[in-house]
Ligand binder design. Structure first.
Ligand SMILES: CC(C)(COP(=O)(O)OP(=O)(O)OC[C@H]1O[C@@H](n2cnc3c(N)ncnc32)[C@H](O)[C@@H]1OP(=O)(O)O)[C@@H](O)C(=O)NCCC(=O)NCCS
Length: 270
């Protein structure tokens, strides 16, 4: 499949090699009704600061991939209209390519089982600044104002210096581009904030990241730590997984001991 026609789009979304071929094939025919529904749902949300992914459209995974590809240029244009630097917009949208590569590791084939996550980016309010992603959303029913949800894309180490830099960039960026939506708090909901992890690997980058946040509560999330450490969905065949790094050992040993991994929900003052 010829991918040259879409060179600019694939560069924006950081899609290459076999994934570019597959994406070009999806774009070779006009959008069907599933794709159109997905496009309509994303269009309705662009610029509206939604908190949740799109769940109301019952389209197959391939339709979502095609719709995300077709919609991303509109999000890029929206970012530029807001005065956001093209490089920041591209870094934010490059999660599409990253998630396609991760899908190959998880399932061994072209696909995007995290398409729902990417529908958040398509509303225009999830931006990558340096090492981290920030999701500007209303604070919620019990509080007024705005918060930045923090997410950690897979991209090498998470040194404290990189995290400091990313938060510093976010503070300046959001007050410049979204002055009417001031966020004074950042939140994080992640397996990385499970206190068990900081207890077992106190000197790790993950623990140092978690310590920035005040832990509000924890909820069971039995499969998250396995997914993010091994890129495996589910808890089957754990004995086949490697125990090479300290994190791999900690994740598996807790399950071996009958424990359950959790999501830590935390916040920090910006
Ligand atoms: C979060 C992340 C960037 C941390 O990487 P890091 O800075 O290298 O982590 P640390 O320095 O704290 O690592 C401590 C140990 O765990 C290992 N480790 C960290 N992440 C690992 C991973 N994803 N898989 C296997 N081992 C990992 C390190 O190699 C190190 O092992 P060692 O002590 O044997 O040398 C990395 O785990 C990652 O990319 N995760 C996927 C994204 C993610 O989980 N996002 C949050 C979603 S809610």
């Amino acid at each position: 499949m010829e991918t040259g026609t879409h060179a600019e789009l694939f560069k924006l979304l950081d899609i290459s090699a076999e994934d570019a071929q597959e994406c070009a094939a999806l774009l070779a025919t006009p959008p069907d009704s599933n794709v159109q529904q997905a496009l309509d749902a994303m269009k309705a949300r662009l610029g509206t600061y939604p908190v949740e992914s799109i769940t109301a459209v019952d389209a197959p995974e391939a339709a979502w991939i095609e719709a995300l590809l077709r919609f991303a240029p509109l999000v890029h244009a929206y970012h530029l209209e807001l005065g956001i630097e093209p490089a920041v917009s591209a870094a934010s949208l490059a999660d599409v390519g990253l998630q396609l590569r991760i899908n190959r590791r998880v399932h061994g084939r072209f696909g995007l089982d995290t398409w729902g996550w990417l529908t958040l980016h398509m509303a225009g309010n999830l931006l990558r600044l340096g090492r981290l992603q920030f999701h500007l959303v209303p604070a919620g029913v019990s509080a007024s104002g705005w918060v930045l949800g923090v997410h950690i894309p897979e991209d090498g180490g998470l040194s404290p210096a990189l995290v400091d830099g990313s938060f510093a960039e976010a503070r300046a960026f959001f007050s410049r581009h979204f002055p009417d939506k001031p966020a004074t708090v950042a939140t994080c909901d992640s397996w990385m904030l499970d206190p068990y992890l900081s207890e077992k690997l106190p000197n790790s980058n993950i623990a140092s990241f978690a310590r920035r946040f005040t832990l509000d509560r924890c909820t069971d999330a039995p499969t998250d730590a396995v997914y993010f450490t091994f890129r495996q969905r589910g808890l089957q065949d754990l004995e086949k997984l490697p125990r090479e790094t300290s994190l791999q050992r900690v994740v598996l040993e807790r399950i071996d001991d009958g424990g359950t991994w959790q999501l830590g929900h935390g916040h920090l003052a910006l």
